[in-house]
Design a binder for this molecule. Structure first.
Ligand code: IMP
Ligand code: MG
Length: 179
């Protein structure tokens, strides 16, 4: 896999350190609240797993699966729910855990859905933010790393379902897309 990567944007130690930092921030901000961390499958898994270990207050987790990318590197803007929440979030303080925010369309739609379900508050934590890609107004509350408008893989992020197991965030070589 490593030979398909053009350059490494964020290293494994940098990610570990950031998860610690974000976990401490979230711990302070959510003291006394009814926190539910909702991960967006499948990309959230490595990040959410590392992050929640550093949140030192009682919390519940749940997952949703929505798709917005259909085997291409461009966002279609269309959001389909493949798997909904298992638990009620009525009256809960929801923190959505996401791997990356690009156009913002996915999260905008998910936030609307969660608000209909009666969430008391809804915030976003994302490992990566590509603000240059934004097509709707959306500002994540907690951001790990701001990155340029490049297609990245690793640490949960995929290209055609592969590369999620890379322990770092890297930019894929162009020739890999055209294979
Ligand atoms: P948005 O709706 O454009 O913000 O897209 C968000 C979703 O698109 C993310 O949850 C990712 O699944 C996917 N995505 C956006 N940019 C990238 C990228 O650079 N690499 C891999 N997936 C990406
Ligand atoms: Mg995702």
């Amino acid at each position: 896999m490593d030979q398909d990567i053009k350059k490494i944007l964020v290293t494994e130690p940098e990610i570990n350190e950031k998860c610690k930092e974000l976990g401490h921030l979230i711990t302070n901000d959510y003291k006394g609240k009814k926190l539910v961390v909702i991960g967006l499958l499948k990309g959230c898994i490595p990040f959410m797993s590392d992050l929640v270990k550093h949140i030192d207050i009682p919390l519940c987790v749940d997952y949703m699966s929505v798709s917005s990318y259909h085997g291409t590197t461009e966002s279609s803007g269309y959001v389909r729910v493949n798997k909904d929440l298992d638990t009620s979030i009525n009256g809960s303080d929801v923190l959505i855990a996401e791997d990356i925010v690009d156009t913002g369309k996915t999260l905008k739609k998910v936030m609307e859905m969660l608000s209909v379900k009666g969430a008391k508050s809804i915030k976003i934590v994302t490992l990566l933010d590509k603000p240059e890609g934004r097509l709707v107004e959306l500002i994540p509350d907690y951001v790990g790393f701001v990155i340029p408008k490049e297609f990245v893989v690793g640490y949960g992020l995929d290209f055609n379902e592969y590369y999620r197991n890379l322990p770092y965030i890297g930019v894929l070589k162009e020739e890999v897309y055209s294979k």
